[in-house]
Design a protein around this ligand. Sequence first.
Ligand SMILES: [Zn+2]
Length: 60
Amino acid sequence: MFEQVVEVSEAFRQSAQQMQGSLHMALKGCPQCGTKQVIASPDLGLCEECGSELAVLPRE
Ligand SMILES: [Zn+2]
């Protein structure tokens, strides 16, 4: 019983890491000046260059 629980939690931990990895791969960009940044937090925030709202960029 105990070993099964360990396996499940290990699989859950790995899938959680993969989800985090894909999140870090996502890019956000500024439609005004074209700045691109890696999304590192849930908030997109504002462009450091011109202060415009950043948008999520589609995967290429
Ligand atoms: Zn900008």
